[in-house]
Design a protein around this ligand. Structure first.
Ligand code: PSU
Ligand code: MN
Length: 289
């Protein structure tokens, strides 16, 4: 049911650092074709960090851990979005499936991969409990002994509420050279992290100690290198447009991202790509140490 690339299998057997990468952002986070470039750039960044990338998704009824370029290109907008509960169904029914952070972590749990990188974690949606939408990413992170590097949580969420829930779930939230959780596009202004770390090696030591104690997942928040501080009004505009047009559930994120990319003249698109690649590099460094 699970098929590893030769490289990932060898890396896991040798105890070499391996960093899992998701396919939902490849399939649904960028305009057609661009997601694949972001995925490939992330893989290169993990290698630059000193680790082996393992991009994860479901193809032809198998969970694939480590994908070739032509396989990665099959994750387009027609792929199903797979949260933790959807992976088994996608395998049995043979439908191509792009794993979210939570879906990817479910595969990490099954395969012993301890590190992952992404753009933004899912979490508590604004206005909770209407809609009563809390991403399965949070529970998957709480129960999986893996460290996820992100630039905080998705920009369209209720970030303080998500931060509270991460505390409830016992997930350490480490700020990478910052005291606050990055707000995805913006570096500053988020809720406080539970601890600050100054280096990849320090993050790795904290993760190791947390797992020795029987702990599960950890989040490392890395601020974007270039902070975009004027996106919040566009996010509110995009969410209002989504509500007006009856867009809900899984369709909200792609709708909002497309709106931001359009209304910002492409600035959020560049920022999104850069932060994902930067997070992959840092995850590679942490995995390597
Ligand atoms: N952040 C982005 N773009 C995305 C996602 C996050 O900027 O496409 C994806 C990730 O795969 C994340 C998922 O795991 O959205 C969460 O979706 P939901 O809220 O439906 O659980
Ligand atoms: Mn959701």
């Amino acid at each position: 049911m699970i098929r590893f690339s030769d490289e990932v299998r060898a890396a896991l057997a040798d105890g070499h650092g391996v960093v899992a990468l998701e396919t939902t952002l490849v399939a649904h986070g960028f305009p057609p074709g661009e997601g694949v470039d972001v995925g490939l750039a992330s893989e290169r960044a993990v290698r630059e960090g000193g680790a082996v990338p393992a991009t994860i998704g479901v193809l032809d009824g198998e969970i694939r851990v480590g994908l070739a370029e032509d396989e990665l290109a099959r994750f387009d907008a027609s792929a199903r979005k797979l949260g933790p509960r959807d992976v088994a169904v996608s395998v049995v029914q043979g439908a191509p499936g792009a794993t979210t952070v939570g879906g990817t972590l479910a595969v990490c749990n099954a395969t012993g991969i301890r590190f992952m990188a992404t753009g933004g974690l899912g979490g508590v949606h604004r206005g909770w409990p209407t809609p009563p939408d809390v991403s399965a990413d949070l529970q998957a992170l709480a129960r999986t002994p893996a460290l996820v590097v992100s630039s905080g949580v998705k920009s369209l969420l209720d970030v303080p509420a998500t931060s509270e829930l991460l505390e409830t779930l016992g997930v350490p939230v480490l700020g990478f050279r910052t005291d606050t959780l990055p707000l995805f596009y913006a570096a500053a202004g988020g809720p406080p992290v539970s601890a600050r770390v100054e280096s990849a090696a320090e993050a790795a030591r904290v993760a190791h100690a947390h797992w020795e104690l029987g702990g599960g997942g950890l989040l490392v928040g890395r601020p974007p290198d270039e902070s975009l501080d004027d996106v919040e009004p566009l996010i509110e505009q995009a969410l209002a447009a989504a509500a007006r047009e009856g867009v809900h559930g899984q369709a909200v994120t792609p709708f909002v991202l497309a709106h931001l990319h359009r209304e910002s003249g492409g600035r959020t698109l560049t920022a999104n790509r850069d932060l994902i690649v930067g997070n992959a590099r840092l995850a590679g460094e942490i995995a390597a140490s």
